[in-house]
Design a binder for this molecule. Sequence first.
Ligand code: TYC
Length: 108
Amino acid sequence: MADFPEPLHDSDLAVETAKPKLKRPPLYRVLLLNDDYTTMEFVIEVLTQIFNHSEEKATQIMLHVHQKGVGVCGIFTREIAETKVEQVAQYARSEKHPLQCTMEPDSE
Ligand code: TYC
């Protein structure tokens, strides 16, 4: 005799499908700048130790920077790029090299 509410039916509910949130994070190029004082050997060390390039690839990037003035060491998400730039700055400072490293958005 108790008065039960009417059962809910699926058809009464407004159901909206969520769009998948799969946007890729923005990427940044980490750049090495040429100067007249940093040794070629040190630049190759930076590229192998901090950017994990092979000796051969590191030499190729170093020579590119030496000849053109600037070159890309790698492309990363923002926090990783910031960390690499800071690691290069600390390593160069500790070895008394004036080597400069910066980052910029990788928007073609
Ligand atoms: N130009 C430097 C030299 O002749 C070598 C060098 C290469 C320095 C790349 C910085 O990012 C650099 N010793």
